[in-house]
Design a protein around this ligand. Sequence first.
Ligand code: ADP
Length: 309
Amino acid sequence: MVHHPIGLVIRNVSKKYANGVQALQNISLNIPPGMYGLLGPNGAGKSTLMRTLATLQEPDEGQIFLGDIDVVKQKDPVRRTLGYLPQEFGVYPRSTAEELLDYFAILKGITNRAERKEVTAALLLQTNLWDKRKQRLGGFSGGMRQRFGVAVALLGNPGLLIVDEPTAGLDPGERLRFLNLLSEVGETSVVILSTHIVADVAEICSNMAIISKGEILLEGKPADAVNMLQGRIWQKLTDKDSLPVLEQEYPVVSSRLLGGKGKVNVYSLSRPGSGFEVVQPDLEDVYFSTLKGFYDMDIYHQKTKQIVP
Ligand code: ADP
């Protein structure tokens, strides 16, 4: 049987919590198969959206379709094809990786012992934990634990994998291994990576959205979004004391201090002043320009409204 990856369509989804916080405001997204980055600062509404996609909570309004499955109304079929790695992934510290994965495989309905052995071995190999399979999870590093979480989430071959803020706290080597693993999964499934780390999205996501205060500010391919900024990011090297003045005068995208020297990136259609040089934009420039509202990328906005599955 050929496995056809299917997309996820989110239409006009809103959610207000009982305490009055409007966590999601009329969100529409079209998420194709592959790696999708949902990028936004803390409190933007990412986890709320991830939990909603994972059928753990319901939106007040709006519709979500995974292929032709109605995610809000048909929770069981979604759950059968869903892998979800939450922000906080609790494990039983005294179990070994092999034991616990076997246990979760039973819960997933893989009752045949031989089949289970094959599936869990393949996942331990894929997540690079085969050599550690006899070790107790209590002794695992953060990165090993996250990869174990992916192994659990991948049981049953999900068509949709949701990963919430996975790289926070990982060292650079662990982070790379983890992102490579997700990329590999993204070759055959929809993978949604929710994160506040721009580099995670820049490195592995073929499509992305930027979310802030419950609203989608930008949607598109990272490379296209970066291209839109060509010629619009100007950099000036300055001394530390001039930074606050520059921030008053110009639309400052970001500023950095390096050994007592300051470096500012400014958004401008033409040279903003003396001492500025145009620089090659990157996704971080896109992120901050978008959050600060420096440009209206209306071609990326809410393209999904008319899509009816
Ligand atoms: P993110 O994952 O981007 O940090 P969240 O979805 O966790 O954002 O939160 C979005 C907003 O909703 C925040 O203001 C947060 O305080 C609020 N919020 C999240 N969960 C709840 C909840 N269960 N009850 C009330 N408010 C919540």
